[in-house]
Design a protein around this ligand. Sequence first.
Ligand code: GTB
Length: 217
Amino acid sequence: MTITITAFAASPDRGRGLARDFRVRWALEEAGLPYEVQLLSFEALKQPDYLAQQPFGQIPAYREDGLILFESGAIVLHIAERHPGLLPADPAARARAISWLFAALNTVEPPIVERSMALMLEGDRPWAAERMAMLDANVAKCLVQLARHLGDAEWLDGGFSAADLMMVTVLCRLGASELLAAYPALTAYVARGEARPAYQRAFAAQLAVFEASQKAG
Ligand code: GTB
């Protein structure tokens, strides 16, 4: 089986592992699957041959022999369903882990992304402070419940799963913000995810791509 994923040739996250190829790289590393990476420019993402693989012209896309997939959540779930280590075998526990995977993508990620976009693009607007307060509150609403659910547990529901992988990548987007620091249980949860050898390998691989792009100019 040959797996190829797509990623930015020069990621705007400057090698911080925040682009959405990272979660797929991490899942592949957890599953012990070798993979190749096709590096693409922003321009290449919008070409018809790539739009045939990823209809929105974004990274990541995933190719596995004849199968082409897009959407990082669907790709991670595809990997997790077929390889041990990313989903529990017990059907009920598996279904709960998938609920948490969707919660990471559909409940926690949207307010975090909206806040990052506002920080990046709207900081100079006259209404920025008022809007940021609202966006911070939306993120905090999720974090407080997530921290409550996690309590003293290591992972969201039993052992480490694709749900934790996804949730950690989503929380990483908050960086060292005060919002995350207000919840020591979540900071420790993210650190546990980042300490996993598979995370480290995935992080090093994407960073190497970014560093090479800088050297190439
Ligand atoms: N729902 C899709 C998925 O999960 O696969 C979303 C994919 C997506 O947003 N891809 C982005 C992309 O290809 C890159 S990850 N954008 C190019 C385009 O739309 O033309 C989003 C991202 C970008 C930059 C940072 N950053 O600089 O920190 C973080 C995350």
